[in-house]
Design a protein around this ligand. Sequence first.
Ligand SMILES: Nc1ncnc2c1ncn2[C@@H]1O[C@H](COP(=O)(O)OP(=O)(O)O)[C@@H](O)[C@H]1O
Ligand SMILES: [Mg+2]
Length: 262
Amino acid sequence: MTASTPVLRISGLTKHYGGVKALTDAGFQLMPGEHAAIVGDNGAGKSTFVRLITGVEQPSAGDIRLDGEAVSFHSPLDAREQGIETVYQTLALAEDLDVPANIFLGREITRLNLGPLSVLNHKAMREQSVDMLSTTGVKIQDMSASLRGMSGGQRQCVAIARAAGFAKKLIILDEPTAALGVQETARVEDIIKGLKSRGVPLIIISHNLRQVFDLVDRIWVFRQGRIIASRRTADTNPQEIVGLITGAISPHSLPAEETAAC
Ligand SMILES: Nc1ncnc2c1ncn2[C@@H]1O[C@H](COP(=O)(O)OP(=O)(O)O)[C@@H](O)[C@H]1O
Ligand SMILES: [Mg+2]
């Protein structure tokens, strides 16, 4: 593995549901420390792509490599164990539990493990939660309050801190600000910028082009079940991306090396 080995490299990724070609021959790569956005119209194949690289579903064909090693995920847990953490729109948080319990949900630390008699190590989980939140730049006033009283933005930040704390390879955020107001969106975007400065590789699915252009290094355009183009953010503009999304601009009318040929 070298500095130029992609953290994630995907080729020929395909998922057909009977006659429905949800995703065909998708090529994608994410470099170390890179933040990438996935954009495309409804039905373009974005969610299918994410389900395949997070183990929710298995591909009909294709190759997925993490740090150069071929992997196949049989379940979401499998993908997590191999280093991919995903924050879905439905945050998978437990309303009635406090922040540490949510961060360690399904990964509880025990003091004594005697099968059904295991004893949770609340102190260790609390301390590690404080670390994870501060590393990610998330401020929570009262760690022992349940999530019920928190705003959507605070919950989203807890979910991102959890993903960042456990991700060994990369984080995927699915529309992280779709349900948030302006200020909360800005807060979440600051957290994402913090992950960028810490070198945590990240993929964000977003419909918000302003946000995409503010946050990421590279944009991947999905259209009608294919990845039709990728552009360095510095080399494109919202008009071109909208044109690629809608089909008004053909990716082939542009220089060959800038289209998604991988
Ligand atoms: N489980 C499924 N069964 C059949 N067709 C599906 C299934 N999931 C997605 N599709 C179809 O695959 C295409 C891509 O969908 P999707 O990945 O959800 O797109 P996006 O997330 O970009 O809106 C759509 O035509 C959708 O109807
Ligand atoms: Mg979708």
